[in-house]
Design a protein around this ligand. Structure first.
Ligand code: PHE
Length: 452
């Protein structure tokens, strides 16, 4: 039978209870936690923004996270067929397909960035990033504009495909069970190192000092959008993982654990990054500039910096890989079930296609001399176009579909989620009115219709 060996009740075991929580945390803890969250927190009033982010996680993140997992477990299938199974209405299949396409598009360029982290890890451990006089910006642009990233993205796709080919419990679950606890230990080691550097407190202050005057409408939308991205919502990921969950696992408790885990990792990441950056007089920034330019330059000045820098990039690589596995599993689960392919064949074919689709992104990074870096479509490089269209257009649409499906179309969500009474009514209220409205606001803001 199709999908046999994957799902409880379909001839498989699915995730163990602990394994599911770890795999879902593995999905949610990614580059977003490590290089975006700390920065937007520092920029938007520190602890004040942190509080705002927690509110967004509770009001928008948690209800949708729970909805996705509930749909997956109730529909017992991939992100498209589950919606159909629960309503018997054809159009929901098509709506679900949007998230599968989104996941595949995200995978193509996420693999490229994951590859960068692996290259930097090797470079750091080997001592090649220990030169204090090196121009780290030029080094990054030279690397990202060359062909080397193609090799590394192939490595990422191979690892991801391999883990997925091994199956849900002996592949995905095992991978996360080893890496996610190890990740926290490494992160805590780096935190102690960072906080004991001379001048570290200035960095901790930038990250956490509450400044409510910096909060504005824009911060609210940033916090909302990030709570979405950070929990891996809106592209079928938590839905697909949810389809492998045992019937007697509490999804409500699971969603609290996942959101709490996501927050914890983001918090500790901030306590690693800013003390390190400030201690060595680097400018705090976000994304590529923070991870591949400011931090390597700071580690170069640190005693044993090759080791701490190497560990830091190892962390980034783990964060990216455990997220990548969850992203590619979305189209893999679909293709297996739709076309009745074996898991192994599906994993190999889709990982290869994701690699090919990522090639134009890898060769088009802005500011580099990459062969496609001057080709602009809608004013954006191919790399930025993939990122923008998935994060700001397709993921909000996917999230909207989930809220409307659970709030209006599927009548038995409460039963599957195990919610009753006031909690159920609150969940429905959020899914029916609050979440859709806020998602539409994020969307309008992202595409530039709303401006502050
Ligand atoms: N949640 C991941 C992060 O914070 C990114 C991600 C998005 C992973 C969507 C899976 C699906 O980096």
């Amino acid at each position: 039978s199709v999908g046999a060996g994957d799902r409880p009740g379909q001839g498989g075991t699915g995730f163990s209870k602990k394994g599911f929580i770890l795999a879902a945390i593995g999905s949610s803890v990614g580059l977003g936690n490590m290089w975006k969250f700390p920065y937007i927190t520092g920029e938007n009033g520190g602890a004040a923004f942190f509080l705002l982010f927690i509110i967004c996680l509770v009001v928008v993140g948690l209800p949708i996270l729970l909805a996705e997992m509930t749909i997956g477990r109730g529909g017992r299938s991939n992100a498209s067929a589950s919606l159909f199974n629960l309503t018997n209405k054809k159009h929901w299949k098509w709506f679900g397909l949007i998230s599968i396409v989104t996941a595949f598009l995200i995978m193509s360029y996420y693999g490229v960035v994951a590859g960068w982290t692996m290259h930097y890890m090797i470079q750091s451990f080997s001592g090649a990033l220990s030169d204090v006089n090196m121009d780290y910006a030029a080094a990054f642009l030279g690397f990202a504009g060359g062909y080397m990233p193609l090799f590394w993205s192939a490595v990422v796709m191979a690892i991801t495909g391999f883990v997925i080919a091994k199956g849900v419990s002996s592949g995905i679950e095992k991978f996360n069970k080893i890496l996610i606890p190890g990740f926290l230990i490494l992160l805590l080691i780096l935190m102690v190192r960072a906080l004991t550097l001379p001048g570290a407190m200035e960095g901790a202050e930038f990250f956490l000092k509450p400044d409510f005057s910096k909060l504005n409408e824009e911060s609210v939308l940033i916090a909302l959008g990030h709570s979405f991205f950070s929990l891996s919502l809106g592209m079928g990921c938590m839905l697909t993982y949810g389809s492998y969950v045992q019937k007697d696992q509490s999804l409500g408790k699971a969603s609290l654990a996942i959101a709490g885990g996501d927050l914890l990792y983001a918090f500790v990441a901030g306590l690693v990054i800013f003390p390190t950056v400030f201690a060595y007089g680097m400018e705090p920034s976000s994304g590529v500039g923070l991870a591949f330019i400011a931090l390597p330059a700071a580690f170069a000045q640190m005693p044993l910096g090759f080791l701490f820098g190497g560990l830091f990039f190892l962390l980034l690589a783990i964060a990216a890989l455990t997220s990548a596995v969850s992203i590619l599993e979305v189209p893999v689960a679909y293709a297996m079930e739709q076309w009745k392919w074996s898991r192994k064949k599906t994993a190999i074919i889709l990982a290869s296609f994701a690699f090919l689709l990522g090639v134009p992104s890898a060769l088009s990074v802005e500011g580099t001399s990459g062969p496609l870096s001057n080709l602009l479509i809608f004013g954006k490089t191919i790399f930025d176009l993939f990122d923008f269209s998935t994060s700001y257009i397709l993921m909000p649409i996917g999230g909207l579909i989930i809220t409307l499906f659970t709030g209006y179309a599927w009548k038995r969500a409460g039963e599957e989620a195990g919610l009753t009474g006031g909690i159920y009514r609150t969940w429905m209220f959020l899914l029916r009115y609050v979440c859709p409205l806020l998602i539409i606001l994020i969307f309008l803001y992202s595409v530039g219709v709303l401006d502050f």
